[in-house]
Design a protein around this ligand. Sequence first.
Ligand SMILES: *Cc1c(COP(=O)(O)O)cnc(C)c1O
Length: 710
Amino acid sequence: MSRPPLSPAEINELIAGLNRLARNLWWTWNQDSQELFQELSPRGWQNLYHNAVAVLQEVSEYELRVRLQDQDFARRVREVLQAFNTYLNAENTWGKEHAPALLAHPVAYFTAEFGFHETLPIAAGGLGILSGDHAKSASDLGLGFVGVSLFYREGYFQQAINQENWQTEYYRILNPKLLPVEPVLDGKGAPLVCAVDVALGQVYFQAWRANVGRCPVYLLDSNRPENEQHYRDLTLRVYGGDSTTRIMQEILLGMGGVRFLRALGIRPSIFHMNEGHTAFLTLELVREKLAEGKSFQEALDATRSQCVFTTHTPVEAGHDRFTPDLINYALNKAPAELKLSFHDFMALGRVNPANESEAFCMTVLGLKASRAANAVSELHGQVSRKMWHHLYPGKPVDEVPIGHITNGVHLLGWMKGPLRRFWKRKLGPQWEANVNSPEFWERMADPDLVSDEELWALRYELRRELVEFARRRLVLQGERVTPADFITFDQLLNVDALTIGFARRFATYKRATLIFQDFNRVAQLVSDRQRPVQFIFAGKAHPRDDEGKRYIQRIIHLSKYSELKGHLVFIENYDVHVARQMISGCDVWLNTPRRPFEASGTSGQKVTCHGGVNLSVLDGWWREGYDGTNGFAIGKDSHPDSFEEQDRRDCESLYKVLREDVVPRFFDRDAQGIPRRWVAMIRRAMVTLAPRFNTWRMVQEYARKYYFAD
Ligand SMILES: *Cc1c(COP(=O)(O)O)cnc(C)c1O
């Protein structure tokens, strides 16, 4: 019996709903929504890089109306829209229960980059991904939260590799109309425009709102006709240009961001500065309070009571510093506005205010103007207290007021399709509700629910997806590939091999090439036909980092011309999409930072729920996560001062662990062909790591320690 066709009004409602859904990034962590958009245009979904807004524009209104006459499709659209509405309007949220005051006066989270999804490539690396995951969990928790960052019209660079295996950079213009963002309008329907003082002039800006579930994120954009071209281009690229561009971007982000929130009538109770780039926001807050008649000291104290600061950089040179000349130029009007002499103004960013040659450090401003500060792992906390103890004269290093909250990841946003289907089959449609809880992962340990055989089958499914993804990408990366070559590419990599992944920014302290230091030993590893091992690498070097580019060149060279050919590949243009393939498909996630420079690291936290295990230096989060049973450690919980010595020791340890522990365990199969001890380790990793190293826990910790008024 066929049902009557949907009425035009019903269809209109579904179309409006789909358009609302596409413009809320919630769909990026909701599998059913993604499947709907993919079904609407499978090719478009792939070519438009999983962009729901662009897919909806690709499909004509007529086609959409026809498709919605498919009763089954219409039913699924209705169900997704219902789930979306339920999410948006949920009454019993953690935030409502624990932080009702923040709903009226939210946390304003400022950051220079937000990494939400591959369609919006405005993040350079881990800092941006962390910001995106923070916002998603703030939404899941129902916390009063708004984000502020910049809309980079050319985003972060795209990586290509030239004939010399050298990284080159190019940029793609982003069209906001085809992205999951919406213009912020004033009462008359025109873009809401604000201005901020920069040098001797003003920079005008508007904003795009990304809806992250329940939370708005405002991305400021200086590409306004009121501005001269060089100011229109201020927000062109993530960390673009020279230090003049940088300081102006940071003025726009910090001071402009506060002004924009005011123009929207938002009165945050807390301003969270994510890294020093955002610290100028404190100057705008001081200025506001001076205008209310407070003295400078009162204004600074009141500002401090509203601000918290997170530092991410254990490398001294990684902290933004601006010369007095540049400050004088870019912030020309600021000292007078704050009723300060230039000397006193500079003092806000100096460790030693009397030192006239000291540069203005954004981290110093952030620390001086906040009521609480934190690092992003326990070890990073120790390093940061030592690094900044001069700022707190008379205090022993241990009492320097910089705590720590270890980073996490937004689990649902990272979980790949097969994994989600696996859990749905096991636990039913409501499985997502508890995905961050220890109880959920405890069930992994229950072989009655999930057998070794099933877990191993899941590993195979995920590993095959990665290998096939890599083969597709390698065809695209190849030069002058003919159809006949496809067969050759399909022989690259081996679905049965122990697959070791390394993907992250090619900052040199991460030592991407450490494993190749003793080439013969790696060659030995991959040449064992009984126990095949293979490596997949990806990552971008900073455009001005030639050393990092040399690392990439070396790896690609090895992948093409050495005995490692076929067992080592480099996937170009690392981004969130490549990351998702790699963290889900790899058996082992390799991380070899030079201690203690990995403040936290988060990519290794994404592998755990997919049944991957970490093989990492005991730095950042892994130093806290590793317990001897849930993965592998390189080296010890200590390090020598000499870099050479550290490289040598870590290299020794790495080969030893691989040869004696990782490889034998992976290939130790029983009569049924199952590597029982390996699967046991996967279970241990899931139970001990997934419920801890996620942003659901992390954001709650921020709320309890730093967001609640004390
Ligand atoms: C998770 C992630 C990072 C951070 O990786 P680390 O290992 O912490 O450096 C960087 N870039 C992308 C695209 C990611 O998904």
